[in-house]
Design a protein around this ligand. Structure first.
Ligand code: FES
Ligand SMILES: [Fe+2]
Length: 381
């Protein structure tokens, strides 16, 4: 198995957990194989398919990437629920072999009893199933079959010391995976009462990952992270669970339950016993004010900024200026907090790229309005 940073720098397996604990995001290539769980993972996927579609139809699904061609969109939640059930019994054995045999960890650990199953069909197919997606997010939380905005897990009633193991069941490509904002670990950042980051804050460019089935990303729940909107034509299938090295430290009331390697169980308190500590790590949920507009001529190459209450501008690397609407057409994120990637404007929320020339994105349904290239003297006709 190969452990590497998102930039591709190798990390010795024996040092991997320590590095993750110190805030390093880690890609563990071939983790499922190394933990000897590939067969069980494939069986879990297959049994979820059979439960949802029946054996005959399930046999026609070539892999998770094309599952949307075989499962009606409003049944995706049913399949995801079946995946939850199929994967639940796998977490503890997988965590045990992973921690002990692969990473050489010998201490006490706890594993979340209920893992997360995540099936994101291509965004352009989602429109007819919008109500189903919203209803499912209300029931199971965001990020399961629809994109989750930037958040930290411990704000969502998870232990402060939780570590995420995010495993690709099928192929994961840039544009349908996970975003982690490496610059936002442990600094104070404002969020609403359900744990979502307020939009008027700089998150910086996220790290994203290309994964093969059985690869995993390991990162602390204290990292700000989000789903990418699925801008590809493949379904992204992943499962994830949280674990803690040592006992879970809950910071507030929580319904999450953890099973220990010593057979004990821990659940979050119904009432916070650590209010003072929680108050230290939880910023006050007050929305910050949006960035004040800047004169357009102050933008340097690579800058994106608000130039008015509803208008943004960016200066591309070659010096050209472009103006565009300030709100992302997906969920209204403030593009003044976005960044440039080549000639694309990237939304800070779900990492969607918009062409600075046309406003088009890889999602046919989402185009950034009012994109207009501009000379220093003023907008072109
Ligand atoms: S991509 Fe979701 S709000 Fe912009
Ligand atoms: Fe999360």
């Amino acid at each position: 198995m190969l452990c590497e940073t998102p930039e591709g720098k190798g990390i010795a397996t024996g040092a991997a957990l320590e590095q993750v604990g110190a805030g390093q995001v880690l890609v563990a290539r071939g983790l499922v194989d190394a933990a000897d769980c590939r067969l069980e993972m494939q069986q879990a996927w297959q049994s979820a398919l059979v439960e949802t579609l029946g054996a005959e139809q399930a046999a026609r699904v070539p892999g998770p990437e094309r599952v949307h061609e075989h499962v009606p969109l409003d049944e995706i939640g049913t399949l995801n629920d079946a995946l939850y059930r199929a994967f639940e019994s796998l977490c503890m054995p997988l965590a045990t072999t992973m921690l002990r045999d692969v990473f050489g960890y010998r201490g006490l650990f706890f594993v979340e009893k209920r893992p997360n199953a995540r099936l994101h069909v291509p965004f352009d197919l989602q429109a007819p199933a919008r109500q189903t997606l919203v209803a499912y997010a209300r029931k199971q939380g965001f990020g399961k079959i629809s994109a989750h905005g930037p958040h930290r897990d411990h704000w969502l009633d998870c232990p402060h010391n939780c570590l995420n193991v995010w495993i690709a069941l099928g192929r994961v490509r840039r544009g349908n995976g996970l975003s982690i904002y490496p610059g936002r670990l442990d600094d104070r950042i404002a969020h609403d009462k359900v744990g979502h980051v307020f939009r008027a804050q700089a998150l910086g460019a996220p790290q994203n990952f290309e994964l093969e089935p059985g690869d995993a990303v390991l990162f602390l729940g204290r990292h700000v992270h989000a789903s990418e909107i699925n801008a590809t034509d493949e379904t992204r299938a992943a499962v994830s669970f949280r674990l803690t090295l040592g006992r879970p430290r809950f910071v507030g009331p929580s319904s999450h339950q953890y099973r220990g390697s010593d057979g004990s169980e821990r659940r979050g308190p119904r009432k916070s016993r650590w209010r003072r500590w929680a108050a230290r790590i939880r910023p006050k949920p007050e929305p910050p004010s949006e960035a004040a507009p800047r004169p357009i001529e102050t933008l340097r190459p690579g800058d994106v900024a608000a130039i008015g209450p509803d208008r943004c501008a960016a200066r591309l690397a070659d010096g050209r200026l472009v103006q565009f609407a300030r709100r992302c057409p997906h969920e209204g994120a403030d593009l003044a907090q976005g960044h440039l990637q080549g000639d694309s404007i990237v939304c800070p929320w779900h990492n969607l790229r918009f062409s600075a020339a046309t406003g088009e994105s890889p999602c046919r349904a989402l185009t950034l309005p009012n994109v207009s290239p501009q000379s220093e003297e003023g907008p072109r006709a």
